[in-house]
Write a protein that binds this ligand. Structure first.
Ligand SMILES: Cc1cc2nc3c(=O)[nH]c(=O)nc-3n(C[C@H](O)[C@H](O)[C@H](O)COP(=O)(O)OP(=O)(O)OC[C@H]3O[C@@H](n4cnc5c(N)ncnc54)[C@H](O)[C@@H]3O)c2cc1C
Length: 600
């Protein structure tokens, strides 16, 4: 644009702001980044939710770090577990960073004031979690630091308080909907984020030298999910629409213990404290699937075993469609003190009291292993190697890749702290030397047109209707078990929903607090991401970690030991996504662990 702006200004109804660093998202990753960034540069955070309402606050069970406070442990064992847990698709140098820096990450939080549960001697207490073992798989180890079953809540509150202390500027209830990019010396660089202020409906252009995406996951592509209503993958969608790649999107995690029929999460910390999964006849079936660590096997294995029990007719309830989480032997005191929230969830939502009866559970869509590809410095990649200058990503929206094809429980709260911190620190270094990039002539054009189109549409489709159809097809066709047939059906439905999407109309034509309009835009992101997931899953003809193909049940290291990089190349013209999505491969980085058969 002709006039490049320095301070906050309003031109033609659009508000312009300028900061050194703009962070999109105020969950754990965004706020951990902000604490670093604000100490070295002028930093603003844009967030569609009030920071303390971000999904990180719903995390229950814990954050992994080999502190060895209650028994022998070490970062090398943690690295091994992370690599094996991810079914060897983890970049091993990244996993080493995660496990080594875990210790500092926990101590940082402790120093910021986080009230962890303590041992009798006053050290941070640690509990068991799935896939975390001593000495390369010999037995479960106590590695998860926790604050009852409200660990994420405590992390989020602690980080927020420290952001306030460091003077981070928050733009609460601002929805980032687009990123402008400008070519500089032959490379595309981000120049601004365009956001809509929920309260007024006004558009805001945030210019900065560096941007950090920390927008979380996209579990709302599924109907049965542990994820909050707001987890619609906006950040990933914005980056995707710019032609930048998304990595490993076929790997989506199903958490074993969702409340049956609802998907609300019961933390794996329950099994960490000793709870047991049983089928309808009371059998502890995990003994058959993972004889060494049983109920504490990684989530992909436990979720598959549960579904298998149901498929084989051993499920409970009138429709035999769930199994049970038995906590009765833990006793009321453990449940009320170490697992109070989930005890209450079971009572409130299912009318079942875990103190005296087993709780009906079934896998629930939980976590995106894939996302915006970054290197170990949290810099976003434009292809397998090239960094996009000034663009960073961290947390669930990013793919480093420390989780490979299946994330271990408690490694996400860790990921957001380790790589959130790295992104903030590196962005500060970057902006010291970098200039602002020129803005395009009318940076808000794309969002203005999108919003106007939705607001004035007279079509007959509804947001809720299309979203329900999307979620239902994903639950049926892209779940724990998949086949070429089910995935092709999902792709067909998604294509038809995309064709109907322009016919959406919103009842609320106003500007202020128009959540219906924003849900329509979020649905657009959900459709994009569901399609990429399904297409990558169709193409990966093997089973690994969270991706289980019934028609290709074995892991195939010869042909598939690589990451998937997906690129948007044009407009869809048919139900076959190959006309507008290109898939590429990216090597997995190995340091010391050769892939072996994955037994637990
Ligand atoms: C119920 C539940 C329990 C969990 N328990 C654990 C656990 O015990 N241990 C563990 O390690 N992991 C756990 N996880 C996973 C972990 O909590 C998440 O992966 C992690 O907290 C994600 O953090 P984040 O900062 O990346 O994203 P989030 O915390 O989801 O934050 C995303 C932020 O992005 C903002 N945002 C999104 N879109 C936009 C937009 N368009 N414009 C502006 N802002 C936007 C939101 O406002 C929000 O502030 C759990 C997850 C769930 C759902």
């Amino acid at each position: 644009m002709a006039e490049q702006l320095a301070g906050d200004r309003v031109i033609d109804g659009v508000h312009y702001h300028q900061n050194d660093i703009v962070i999109i998202g105020a969950g754990g990753a965004g706020m951990r980044a902000a604490i670093e960034a604000a100490q070295g540069a002028d930093t603003a955070v844009i967030t569609k939710l009030y920071p303390t309402r971000s999904h990180t606050g719903a995390a229950q069970g814990g954050m992994a770090a080999a502190l060895a406070n209650v028994e022998e442990d070490g970062w090398e064992w943690h690295t091994y577990d992370t690599v094996k847990g991810g079914d060897y698709l983890v970049d091993q140098d990244s996993a080493e960073i995660l496990a080594k820096e875990a210790i500092e990450a926990v101590l940082d939080l402790e120093n910021m004031g986080l009230p962890f549960n303590r041992t009798e001697e006053g050290k941070i207490d640690q509990r068991r979690f799935g896939g975390h073992t001593r000495d390369h798989g010999k037995a479960p180890v106590r590695r998860a630091c926790y604050a009852a079953d409200r660990t994420g809540h405590m992390i989020l509150q602690t980080l927020y308080q420290n952001c306030v202390k460091h003077g981070v500027k928050f733009y609460n209830e601002y929805y980032a909907l687009d990123m402008t990019m400008t070519e500089v010396d032959g490379a595309m660089r981000p120049s601004s984020i365009v956001a809509l202020d929920l309260k007024t409906g006004d558009l805001h252009v945030f210019r900065a030298k560096a941007f950090i995406f920390a927008t979380g996951g996209f579990g709302k592509i599924y109907k049965t999910t542990s994820n909050a209503h707001t987890l619609t993958g906006d950040g990933m969608g914005i980056v995707w629409r710019k032609g930048l790649p998304l990595e490993d999107m076929e790997f989506y995690q199903f958490h074993p213990t969702g409340l049956a029929g609802l998907g609300i999460l019961l933390t794996e910390g329950a099994r960490g404290e000793g709870a047991i999964l049983r089928n309808a006849s009371g059998e502890r079936f995990m003994e058959r699937y993972a004889p060494t660590i049983k109920d504490l096997a990684p989530r992909d294995i436990v979720a598959r075993s549960m579904v298998q029990e149901v498929l084989d007719g051993r499920g409970g309830g009138p429709n035999k469609d769930y199994v049970y989480l038995d906590c009765t032997h833990l006793g009321a005191e453990v449940l009320e003190t170490k697992l109070p929230d989930i005890t209450e969830f079971a009572r409130t939502y299912l009318g079942v009291d875990p103190v005296v009866e087993p709780v009906p559970v079934y896998p629930t869509a939980h976590y995106a292993m894939g996302g915006i590809p970054t290197n170990n410095e949290a810099e976003v990649l434009a292809d397998n190697e090239t960094v996009v200058p000034g663009l960073y990503a961290a947390g669930e929206c990013a793919c480093v890749s420390v989780h490979g094809s299946n994330r271990l429980g408690t490694n996400s709260l860790l990921d957001i702290n380790v790589f959130g911190k790295r992104s903030g620190r590196n962005a500060v270094e970057y902006v010291k030397a970098a200039d602002f990039v020129d803005l395009p002539d009318d940076p808000a054009k794309f969002v203005r047109e999108l919003v106007d189109r939705l607001r004035t549409s007279t079509g007959t489709e509804s947001v809720a209707g299309l979203r329900r159809e999307l979620q239902e097809t994903m639950d049926i066709n892209a779940q724990v078990f998949r086949t070429s047939e089910t995935l092709t059906e999902a792709a067909r439905v998604i294509h038809s929903l995309r064709e109907r999407y322009p016919q959406i109309s919103v009842h609320d034509k106003g500007k202020r607090f128009n959540t219906e309009l924003l849900e329509a835009i979020e649905l657009g992101f959900l459709l994009d991401l569901a399609e990429v997931l399904v297409y990558c899953a169709m193409k990966r003809e093997e089973s690994r970690g969270g991706h289980m193909r019934d028609d290709f049940p074995e892991r195939d290291d010869k042909n598939w030991m690589h990451h998937t990089m997906a690129y948007l190349t044009g407009e869809p013209t048919s139900p076959d996504p190959s006309d507008h999505i290109r898939l590429d491969k990216k090597d997995v980085r190995f340091t010391r662990y050769e892939p072996t058969e994955r037994k637990y």
